[in-house]
Design a binder for this molecule. Structure first.
Ligand SMILES: [Zn+2]
Length: 100
């Protein structure tokens, strides 16, 4: 029932759908990953300290005439060892739509 990116995301076992907003002209799918222990890209220490969250909107292909947007809640971690803040690693990236 979900279009391209959505399906790719939903195939990941650590990604789950928080909510879906459906209207006549659009479909918004809010997704989030499960918290997990991360390796600091700077010093290599493990951390589970969440720093903050950012929502990233990812355009998906239109589905049944609706505009489809994935809203990924990206988690930023804080390394308790060196103080580096970094984004969670995602095993799936939709090409061409990520960017800041
Ligand atoms: Zn570190």
């Amino acid at each position: 029932m979900y279009p391209n990116y959505s399906k790719a995301f939903l195939d990941l076992e650590d990604v789950f759908v928080k909510k879906v907003i459906q209207a006549d002209s659009f479909l918004k799918v809010f997704i989030e990953t499960r918290p997990s222990e991360q390796l600091c890209p700077c010093c290599g220490c493990k951390t589970k300290r969440v720093h903050d969250y950012r929502n990233q909107e990812i355009d998906d292909t239109p589905f049944q005439g609706k505009t489809v947007t994935l809203i990924l809640r990206k988690r930023r971690y804080l390394c308790t060892s060196c103080g580096k803040r970094f984004l969670e690693h995602y095993s799936f990236h939709p090409s061409g739509h990520l960017g800041h």
